[in-house]
Every structure is written in C-alpha cells, then in structure tokens.
Design a protein around this ligand. Structure first.
Ligand code: SF4
Length: 194
C-alpha cells in the first residue's frame, strides 16, 4: 500500500485526498508543514489559500520555489472535527504518519529541513518546540542534516505583528543555505507579507 492510499491511521476514513510529499526528488531543502486543511484536502496539494500565499511569499524571499524544494506535511490527511473545522493532529496520527516522513527523508536526503510550526518541528526532531529557539539550526538525530524551525505561515494570519520577526528568520534561513552552499535565486520581490 502506497502513500496515496494509506490506511495506517483513522484519518483515512474522512479524507478526500492524501496530500503526498512532492517537489524536486533530489532537493537539498525540505519544508515540512503540519497537516492538510480543508482546501488542501479538496485539491490534494499542500499550502493553499491564505496560508499558501504566506508560504509562497516565504519561499520567494528565501530565493526558493516549490519546484526547487521538497514539500510535505508531518500528517498527510486532514484532521477535522466532523469535517467542519480543522484540528491539530493527535500524537497517534503523527506517529502513524511518521512512516511517510521517514520515507521522504531517506529518499530525498535533504540537508536542511525547514519546519513550519510546532508539530512539524517536534515530529522531525523529537524535541519540544521552543519559540525562542526558532531560526536556529538543530542537528537531526541521524546526522543527515539540520532542522531549521520557523513559525507556521498560518500563524501570521492572526499575528501580523510578527511579520518583521518572520522576515528576519527567513533572512537567517538564507544565510544557513549559503553556509551549506545550497544555491538559491534572487529574492523574489519585497517582503510580500507586510
Ligand atoms: S494521516 Fe498519514 S498515516 Fe494516517 S492515513 Fe493519512 S497518510 Fe496514512
């Protein structure tokens, strides 16, 4: 059974699509989100809608694009309250879906895993999220690369006051990519989220 028809946890029963990992199969940079929301579930694609526009702005300011990275979620089917509201995935759902995260890590072998929000960070590192330690690289347990924690883009929809802090975090990401000699393009326009 593959990722697209996975039944490893109960979320399979209510999903429309599994939002599978996608992007460049040899990407040096992986971006890891939390879980699909309503629009992602409907379309089968990661980071759509308002959070998707935030995400694309972050990528552009990093000098990256969806074609150059690997994009995946810690949990690949939508967790919801009876199909109406999104909810955070449970520990059991995160644990079940780590199978696919580990598959991606072993196949793509990224040097930098940019984690978006608490659940992505905790899923890939096994450490507790600490907002004060954002934008600081953390070695992955297997020595294959580093995690680089950022806030989840959707958080900025409600916390516009964090835009400047987030821009500085993305500038720190550009510096990290340069230190790893990972090529990036020019910054795509101004910081589009302010
Ligand atoms: S959330 Fe992950 S483990 Fe659960 S059914 Fe979907 S793909 Fe499988």
């Amino acid at each position: 059974m593959g990722e697209a028809d996975c039944t490893r946890c109960a979320l399979h029963a209510s999903r429309t699509h599994v939002v599978v990992g996608r992007g460049a199969p040899d990407a040096k940079v992986m971006f890891l989100g939390e879980a699909p929301g309503r629009q992602e579930d409907k379309l089968g694609l990661g980071f759509q809608g308002a959070a998707g526009r935030m995400f694309d702005a972050i990528l552009g300011y990093s000098g990256l694009s969806r074609e150059k990275i690997w994009l995946a979620n810690a949990v690949r089917c939508r967790p919801s309250i009876e199909g109406r509201r999104n909810r955070a995935p449970t520990a059991e759902e995160i644990s079940a879906c780590r199978h696919w995260l580990e598959r991606d890590l072993s196949q793509v072998r990224p040097e930098v895993v940019v984690t978006l929000g608490r659940i992505a960070y905790e899923s890939v590192t096994g450490l507790s999220w600490d907002a004060q330690r954002r934008a600081q690289p953390v070695p992955l347990a297997d020595g294959s690369g580093v995690a680089f924690p950022l806030y989840h883009p959707a958080y900025l929809i409600y916390r516009r006051d964090l835009m400047t802090v987030y821009r500085q975090d993305v500038e720190a990401l550009r510096a990290l990519l340069a230190a790893h000699q990972i090529p990036v393009g020019d910054i795509a326009g101004p910081w589009a989220m302010e």
